[in-house]
Design a protein around this ligand. Structure first.
Ligand code: GDP
Length: 211
């Protein structure tokens, strides 16, 4: 996607009504500090539109980023202009804060569950896992929970630049095993530093535009 415009359009808290968007949505979930803001900024070509996850105790929200752009298509290569398209990148609250109370966790869970059930435009959930580490119990729980709510998570293995190239396949395998992913689950390594993996993620998202 050649991004032309990106903006934070809607912020939803626990009591907010979810937006009824006219365009498709893809959501991003992950443990705090996994690199979710960096990934979303990288996809949008923005430095700091998506904020680093809020500190424990701060309001946890679902943020809807509207992205407008053009696809690099064959038509373009032939000198024809393709139309603008719009998608929503949906930033789900980060999880794994030790200090969050049980009550807050429940409210947070209910908010995401509501969103997964109610959005008619949500096409996919990307689950982010740090490529350096085996998935945690929290990650596995999140994977199973998203699956249980009707979406097969697509995995993004973040911070790719932090490991040696020779380690990538081994870590991808460890992530698949740790999460016990469904057969055929895609794991896309990504680096916010080098932007490696960006095109692959966009091409997955663009695939939903065509569906
Ligand atoms: P979030 O809490 O999931 O939104 O995580 P952030 O995007 O704020 O990233 C957490 C920390 O990891 C920050 O210090 C980022 O600079 C760093 N980080 C995120 N992605 C990458 C990456 O791909 N490579 C490297 N080297 N650092 C990253």
């Amino acid at each position: 996607m050649i991004v032309k415009n990106a903006e934070l359009e809607t912020v939803c808290g626990i009591t907010s009504k979810l937006p009824e968007n006219g365009q498709i949505e893809v959501a991003f979930a992950g443990k705090s500090n996994v690199g979710k803001s960096s990934l979303i900024n990288g996809l949008m070509n923005r430095k700091s539109l998506a904020r680093t996850s809020s500190a424990p105790g701060k309001t946890q929200t679902i943020n809807f980023y509207a992205v407008t752009g053009r696809r690099e298509t064959k038509k373009e290569a032939q000198g024809m202009v393709s139309a603008d398209e719009k998608v929503y990148l949906v930033d789900l609250p980060g999880y794994g804060y030790a200090k969050v109370s049980q009550n807050e966790k429940q409210k947070w869970g209910k908010m995401i569950e509501d969103y997964l059930h109610k959005s008619s435009q949500l096409k996919a959930v990307f689950l982010l896992i740090d490529i350096r580490h085996d998935p945690s119990a929290n990650d596995k729980q999140m994977y199973d929970w998203v699956l249980h709510n009707g979406f097969s998570p697509i995995i993004i293995a973040t911070k790719l630049d932090k490991i040696k190239r020779s380690q990538v396949q081994k870590q991808v395998k460890a992530i698949k095993q740790g999460l016990q992913v469904e057969k055929g689950t895609r794991v896309i390594p990504f680096s916010a530093e080098t932007k490696q993996g960006r095109e692959e993620i966009w091409s997955v998202i663009e695939g939903f535009l065509d569906a």
